[in-house]
Design a protein around this ligand. Structure first.
Ligand SMILES: Nc1ncnc2c1ncn2[C@@H]1O[C@H](COP(=O)(O)OP(=O)(O)O)[C@@H](O)[C@H]1O
Ligand SMILES: O=C(CO)[C@@H](O)[C@H](O)COP(=O)(O)O
Length: 463
C-alpha cells in the first residue's frame, strides 16, 4: 500500500487537515475545525483545533507537516507555558513599534537588506517590542518565542522534542537574516529586550525535524503562504493570488528580494528559494462584511454583484476596513465613495467585489515590476475564490486571463507535500500532478481600477 501523509493548515480562521497519498498527491480524507475570532488569541485554541481536525487522521499517516498563519507571536515561559495571548499578523497595534525598529535599523533600505522586508506591524519583532514596552512583566517572563506553526508542530512531536521551524516562516519574524538564512539574535534582543530560545532551523529543505509519539517523521512545516506555493507547485512565471483572511499575491524567485519601498516582502520559501509577496489585511472579509450588511449568503451576494455594472454606477470601495498593510496604512478605515439615492444593493455588492479585486491588482503590479516580466499565469486560490462574482470579475479588473485552481486546500496540500518530502528523504519534493485548472476570460474594465486609484490617492493621510 502507498504511504499516506498528513498536511495541516493552521490558518487564521481554522485548522484544515488533509490525508494524502504520498505518491500521487491524491486527497484521501479531509477534516477541519474552527479557530476563535480576533487578532489576539490564546494559542492553545489551535492545539484543540488540531487535535479535533487532525487527531483522527494522525494514526493513519506515515509523515506529517504543518503550514501556519505567518508572523503570530507565541510567547512561552521557561516551563513551556503560554505567557499571554498570541498577537496575530493582522493585529495592527504594533505599527509604531515597527516604525521605530525600522529607524533603529537605519531606515527602510537597511531593514530590507537585513531581513528581506521593511518591517510593518505584522512582523513578530514589532509585537515583541510592543509587549516589552506595554507589558514588561510578560516580556520578562518570555523564555521562548515561537510562530503558530512551530507551536502546533511541537504539540504533534514526541515528548522531549526541541521546537523547530523553517526558513520560510522564520523570514517573517523580523529577526531572521535572509542573506545568511539564520537567526539574527541581535535583532531579537533589540525587539524583546533580552535573549530567548528560538526554534531549530533545518539544515536543508525537506528535512525531517522530529517524529510523532508513534514514530512518524515530522517535516519542518512552514508559513501558510509558503505551503500554498508548495501545494500549487508554483513555478517561474506564476503568480498566485490567494483570497483568504488575508489577500496574498506571491511568486517564487531565485533572487533574494530587498524592496526598500516595503511593498514587496522578501520572504524565503520552503524549497530553498524566495517568495516575494504582497499581503493585504482585508480580503475575504470584505465580502463577508458586504453580505452581512445586505443580509444574504455567499451565492446571493455574488448574484447581486453580477447584476450591477462595471464601476457599480459610480460606487467605489477602498476596502481598508481594519487598517491596511499594503499600502501601509495601519490606522485606515474603509471609504465608500459615490453613493446616491439611486445606488442599489446590487451596486454595493459590486463595489465590494471590485474593491477587493482592485486591492489585489495593487498587489500583483509590484511583483510584476520587481520580476521585470508579466506573469504567465495568475492563479486564483483561497476561500473567496469560490465566489462566482470573484471568478467572473477577476479577469476584468486585472485586465488579463486568470487561472482558477480547482477548489482545494492548497496550504494543507503543500504541508502534505513537505511531509512526503521528509518521508522520501530526497533532494527535491515529490512531483504531484495537479489537474482541473480553468482559464477565466473577461473584457478588461480599466476604468474600475482608475477610479479606485483616484480614491486611494484622495484618501492618503486619512485615518
Ligand atoms: N463562496 C464564497 N464566496 C465568498 N467568500 C467565501 C466563499 N466561501 C468561503 N468564503 C470565505 O473564505 C474565507 C475563508 O477562506 P480561507 O482561505 O479558508 O481563510 P484562512 O485560510 O485565512 O483561514 C472566509 O472569510 C469565508 O467567508
Ligand atoms: O501575514 C500574512 C502574510 O505575510 C498572512 O497571509 C498570514 O499568513 C495569514 O494568512 P491566512 O490565514 O489569510 O491564510
Amino acid at each position: 500500500m502507498a504511504p499516506t501523509v498528513l498536511g495541516i493548515d493552521s490558518s487564521t480562521q481554522s485548522t484544515k487537515a488533509l490525508l494524502v497519498d504520498a505518491e500521487t498527491g491524491r486527497v484521501l480524507d479531509e477534516r477541519r475545525a474552527a479557530h476563535p475570532a480576533g487578532t489576539e488569541v490564546d494559542p492553545r485554541a489551535w492545539l484543540v483545533a488540531v487535535d479535533e481536525a487532525a487527531g483522527p487522521l494522525l494514526e493513519q499517516a506515515d509523515a506529517v507537516a504543518v503550514g501556519g498563519q505567518q508572523h503570530g507571536m507565541v510567547l512561552l515561559d521557561e516551563h513551556g507555558e503560554v505567557v499571554r495571548d498570541a498577537l496575530l499578523w493582522n493585529d495592527t497595534r504594533s505599527a509604531p513599534q515597527a516604525a521605530t525598529l525600522v529607524d533603529e535599523l537605519g531606515g527602510p533600505a537597511a531593514c530590507a537588506e537585513a531581513i528581506g522586508s521593511v518591517m510593518v506591524a505584522s512582523f513578530t519583532a514589532s509585537k515583541l517590542r510592543w509587549v516589552a514596552e506595554n507589558e514588561p512583566a510578560s516580556a520578562a517572563r518570555a523564555a521562548r518565542v515561537l510562530l503558530p506553526h512551530d507551536y502546533v508542530s511541537w504539540h504533534l512531536a514526541a515528548h522531549g522534542t526541541e521546537p523547530f521551524t523553517d526558513r520560510g516562516d522564520a523570514s517573517g519574524t523580523g529577526y531572521f537574516a535572509t542573506a545568511s538564512s539564520d537567526w539574527d539574535r541581535e535583532l531579537l534582543i533589540r525587539a524583546l529586550g533580552h535573549d530567548a530560545d528560538l526554534p531549530r532551523l533545518p539544515s536543508a529543505p525537506g528535512e525531517a525535524m522530529a517524529a510523532t509519539a508513534s514514530g512518524a517523521p515530522i517535516g519542518a512545516g512552514t508559513g501558510d503562504n509558503m505551503a500554498a506555493a508548495l501545494g500549487l507547485s508554483l513555478g517561474p512565471g506564476d503568480v498566485s493570488v490567494s483570497i483568504g483572511t488575508s489577500g496574498v499575491c506571491a511568486m517564487v524567485s531565485d533572487a533574494r528580494p530587498a524592496d526598500a519601498s516595503g511593498t514587496v516582502t522578501g520572504f524565503a520559501d520552503a524549497t530553498g528559494r524566495f517568495l516575494p509577496m504582497t499581503t493585504t489585511i482585508n480580503a475575504a472579509k470584505i465580502l463577508d462584511f458586504g453580505r452581512a450588511l445586505l443580509g444574504v449568503d455567499h451565492d446571493e451576494f455574488a448574484r447581486l454583484a453580477l447584476a450591477s455594472v462595471p464601476g457599480a454606477h459610480g460606487l467605489t470601495l477602498l476596502p481598508y476596513f481594519d487598517g491596511e498593510r499594503t499600502p501601509n496604512r495601519p490606522d485606515a478605515r474603509a471609504t465608500l465613495h459615490g453613493l446616491s439615492t439611486a445606488s442599489s444593493r446590487e451596486d454595493i455588492a459590486r463595489a465590494c467585489v471590485e474593491g477587493l479585486l482592485c486591492s489585489l491588482a495593487d498587489g500583483i503590479a509590484p511583483l510584476e515590476a520587481d520580476s521585470g516580466r508579466a506573469p504567465e499565469r495568475i492563479i486564483l486560490i483561497g476561500g473567496a475564490a469560490q465566489s462566482a462574482a470573484v471568478r467572473a470579475l477577476a479577469p476584468a479588473v486585472f485586465g488579463r486571463d486568470v487561472t482558477l485552481a480547482p477548489t482545494g486546500e492548497y496550504v494543507a496540500l503543500g504541508a502534505a507535500r513537505q511531509a512526503a518530502w521528509a518521508l522520501a528523504a530526497t533532494a527535491e519534493p515529490p512531483t504531484w500532478s495537479l489537474e482541473g485548472f480553468e482559464t477565466l476570460h473577461a473584457a478588461p474594465t480599466p476604468d474600475v481600477l482608475d477610479a479606485y486609484q483616484q480614491l486611494k490617492a484622495r484618501t492618503e493621510g486619512w485615518s
